[in-house]
Design a protein around this ligand. Sequence first.
Ligand code: AMP
Length: 592
Amino acid sequence: MTFKELNLKDGILSAIEELGYEQPMPVQEQVIPFMLTQSADLVALAQTGTGKTAAFGLPILNMIDVNRNQVQALVLAPTRELCIQISNDLKGYSKNLDGLRIVPVYGGEDIRVQLRQLDQAPQIIVATPGRLIDLIERGKIKLQNINFLVLDEADEMLNMGFKEDIEKILEQTPENRRTTLFSATMPAEIQRIARQYMHDYEEITVGSRNAGTENVEHIYYVSQARQRYLVLKRIVDLNPDIYGIVFCRTRQETKEVADKLMHDGYNADALHGDLSQAQRDTVMQKFRIRNIQLLVATDVAARGLDVSDLTHVINYNLPDDVEIYTHRSGRTGRANKTGVSVSIIHSKEKFKIKDIERMLKRKFEQQQIPNGLEVCKKQLFFMIERMQNVEVNEEQIAPYMSQIMKQMEGLPKEEIIKRFVSLEFNRFLDYYKNAVDLNIPEHSSRERDGRNDRSGEEGGKQRKKSGVRVRLKINLGSREGMNPKRILGIINDVTEDKSINIGDIEITNKFTFFDVFEDQQDKVIRAFEHAEDMEVAVAKGSKSANENREKPKRDYSGKDRNRSSAGNYKNEEKPWRSRDRKSSGNEKRKRW
Ligand code: AMP
């Protein structure tokens, strides 16, 4: 199929030709004729990067009446960055259509600038929900006359807590509007919105439902938790031309991993919520132009980033939610390119891989963590290949050639090669000289009993401890579904240390209180400093030393404790939260 066959206006055809689009992408082949010829609403399951902006944008641009100075189309998007990008794309597609005006409105920017732009009487508004409501309430935007409404990345908008805002906006729009909803996944809440607010609608799926793009290969490495960073380095070193995002769970972890990578000489930077908008913009721009090769990011901070040609997505930790995995992995393998989604897991998390496999209907391949020799070989031949392909600037090196030749006189070709290789390569050889095997031995007893992620000394037998106990408090209670087993699972996972004795758990609505031995108190509190949305502190007024509390009512160490590790969710709800229980989805997302 060609764009010409789609019956688009000449002004649009010439613009997309100038952009170098040769033929429509699959989502465009399906959506454009539908929107141009049918009157029904549409739900399209498509990932970002599949060409969906043009899919809804081109038919809408085709149908806008440029002589009518009213808002005729509204595109809602979850983030400022996506909003700007959609608006720029639409401006590009419509640059040869006289009189067509598009204005983006989004939070985080001076509203006065947007108020002025709205005075141009745009026919298309691209908006984030919060700012749009603000402008509607100021009487600056009227949606009574819109013909087209697009909800882009609808699942992300819900994840970010925009549900009420979306409903409020939908109520401002006319009954007879045509609605097109794009979503990468189809949680129940999206289906409910579609049923409630859309008329008879068609459903189009680009690629298989809930699946990551076909072009993405999913692999995982099993490692000990404390060696995660070393595994990450091996993955990066094994892929010298990597251009990817390393996803971390928390801001703290993001900072730590990025700092370590930078310290170790990698071309990396961090993107997280503690940065100002300007700092985030700078990092994203550097990454877009490939000044940065590895971006270490939280899910929320990476939301606004749209880069089409990532080679890898690395899950430094698996996310708590299968849908987040889908979003992460969907960032690679875009625009007909192939990509790899890599996960670093510990053996307790294999069940999560199985869950994702089932949801995505894709097989994940477990690979052996490469050893030093493999990494060195890969690096070496990458370098040789670069040398073979390098463009030689004859003219500029000519003045130095005679002196170079003179200095090299008597050095045989083989010797020259060895020396150039060593010059570039000694750093790797040195680093990997004594590299250890990071793979966990298959069926090791430590793995079998779920204690593979701690050292022998720490992870061995639970020692019976005695001493002063301190009462701690965590901001999770029965309203978050806590019970003693769950709390123990969380403490196990966050501290990664089962030798910590936990006693006398008391769960209230908002908090859970528990005892630890005094000498382990700091370890627990410190571990939770890195855990998103969870805080542990000494309980007020309850030093809970032996003088307060003679004996814990129940000691959760030893056998009991091991059974309660986070990996054992047999009869409990899995930590993969169902959409119905999902949180607001902002960076404060809960882990269980
Ligand atoms: P989107 O999913 O809309 O963000 O698009 C992903 C990327 O594909 C963007 O960089 C678009 O400019 C590009 N793109 C969209 N449609 C086409 C097409 N038909 N041919 C080539 N590139 C396209």
